[in-house]
Write a protein that binds this ligand. Structure first.
Ligand code: SF4
Length: 149
């Protein structure tokens, strides 16, 4: 039952700036990965951009335009979590966006693809309490990880 509408903005890691957004938009449509939290809601993506490259200069400005377009939540895309290494600034970005713009920040968008999952497991990348929590909403079962490979 769809009873509310949430507007979100997506910011991607600039390492993937050529990405056309297919996985993010598909996951939003299907309410998969970090979009599963909107299972019972209407969802609209009102902005999509990159961080601007390390150390993320666009993080300072992009949320403002997204907020003007009605966004209440910013998703830092799954590339922040699966890059080699994961973005070293994302915890700061979350605090900054929340303080500066009063918007909720969610880590992740589409489900983590299996090929990234396998390597990060070998590297023991997500071995901190922060990263364990950060990947939580984007880490699905293997079937879904394979579907996003
Ligand atoms: S690692 Fe972080 S700051 Fe660097 S390009 Fe990716 S998201 Fe931006």
């Amino acid at each position: 039952m769809k009873d509310t509408k949430t507007k979100v903005g997506i910011i991607i890691c600039d390492r993937y700036k050529g990405c056309a957004g297919g996985k993010c938009f598909r996951a939003a449509q299907n309410r998969e990965g970090a979009f599963a939290r909107y299972q019972d809601q209407e969802l609209e993506i009102v902005g999509y951009t990159s961080c601007g490259g390390c150390p993320g200069g666009n993080i300072e400005y992009a949320p403002a335009e997204m907020k003007k377009n009605g966004a209440t939540v910013i998703h830092l895309a799954t590339g922040f979590l699966v890059g080699y290494p994961p973005c070293p600034y994302m915890e700061y970005f979350k605090h900054f966006i929340e303080e500066q713009y009063g918007m909720e920040v969610v880590f992740g968008t589409h489900p983590i693809p299996e090929k990234y999952y396998v390597i990060h497991q070998k590297l023991n990348t997500w071995n901190t309490p922060f990263l364990q929590e950060a990947i939580r909403e984007s880490l699905p079962n293997q079937q879904l990880r394979l579907a996003y490979d």
